[in-house]
Design a protein around this ligand. Structure first.
Ligand code: GLU
Length: 300
């Protein structure tokens, strides 16, 4: 924020020196209204003050590369026939690219692959139901959340499982690299279904936890759904938005929803693009655009 404030100050003084008296792409150049912070957008500010090198590199490349989901309806969904991506996270990415004045290129990511693709520079940011956590914030930057989901559990009706209590001693399918197993274990502890002995939020490992609940980790969600149908796992746990596409006939959610999952845009830690994305999300929250997308995709 400090850097942005500095950039903003530089931009405003540059505009004053240049004798420009209006901001905003739609404002005529000869208007006499004085520039204010409120009507100066992030793009205009950084454009006037000079973009950070990493943001400039995206502009020079002419393409913003974004990691998205391909099977989360309403967030990131790829039509198997047309290959077209739709959803709120797709719209956010497109608007971000528009503001930068570049094209957008989507790469399908999973919970297991999204961070390595970001670290390697294959993608500039992740917009993929990526929950903001304190641990993750040590390694990547996240914007202010644009959406909050909850975790729940999908089961076959024939299993008779209806609640957290019914999950005692069951085997649950989760995605590797996800928050799901830890969230479910914590919820079962909070509900008094299992003991908290040995549970440590910061070191929790789904592969080794066996006390009253056990987990099988999968690379992707279709694999968990297939295992659920085959009876290889008793339940499928992840964010409700992700589960929706797998809730076919004969399957239900348990009654409990838990562990709020705040989704943010993830970028390389300390990068200029992190500040750019934060400013972008702030402006889209403030002007109601995010609420509009939530309504458009019936995510409210
Ligand atoms: N949102 C959760 C997470 O970030 C679930 C995993 C996923 O997004 O695929 O861990």
């Amino acid at each position: 924020m400090k850097k942005l404030t500095k950039l903003l100050a530089a931009a405003l003084s540059a505009l004053t020196l240049m004798g420009l008296t209006a901001c905003g792409t739609s404002a005529p150049a000869d208007t006499t209204a004085a520039p204010t912070v409120a009507d100066t957008t992030a793009a205009e500010t950084t454009a006037a003050a000079g973009l950070d090198a990493d943001v400039q590199a995206i502009v020079d490349r002419g393409v913003l590369r974004v990691g998205v989901k391909n099977a989360v309806i309403g967030f990131g969904y790829q039509d198997p026939i047309t290959g077209e991506y739709t959803g709120m996270e797709i719209d956010i990415a497109k608007a971000l690219a528009d503001q930068l004045g570049v094209d957008v290129e989507f790469t399908t990511v999973t919970a297991a692959t999204r961070t390595e693709l970001l670290d390697s520079g294959d993608i500039d940011c992740v917009l993929a139901t990526f929950t903001i956590t304190d641990e993750r914030k040590q390694s990547w930057d996240f914007t202010t959340p644009y959406y909050t989901d909850h975790v729940t559990v999908l089961v076959e009706d024939s299993s008779g499982i209806k609640s957290l209590a019914d999950l005692k001693d069951k085997l649950v399918g989760v995605s590797s690299g996800s928050t799901s197993a830890r969230a479910l274990t914590a919820a079962m502890i909070d509900a008094g279904v299992i003991e908290d002995t040995g549970f440590d939020k910061s070191t929790f490992d789904p592969a080794t936890w066996k006390d009253g609940i056990a987990f099988q980790q999968f690379d992707d969600y279709p694999g968990i759904s297939t295992a659920l149908a085959a009876g290889q796992v008793d339940a499928f746990c992840v964010d409700k938005s992700i589960l929706a596409v797998y809730k076919t006939e004969g399957r239900s959610y348990i009654a409990d929803e838990f562990a709020p999952q705040e989704y943010g845009i993830a970028t390389k830690k300390g990068s200029g693009f992190s500040a750019y994305c934060e400013d972008f999300i702030q402006s889209k929250l403030a002007d109601g655009t995010i609420d509009g997308w939530i309504a458009d995709y019936n995510l409210g």
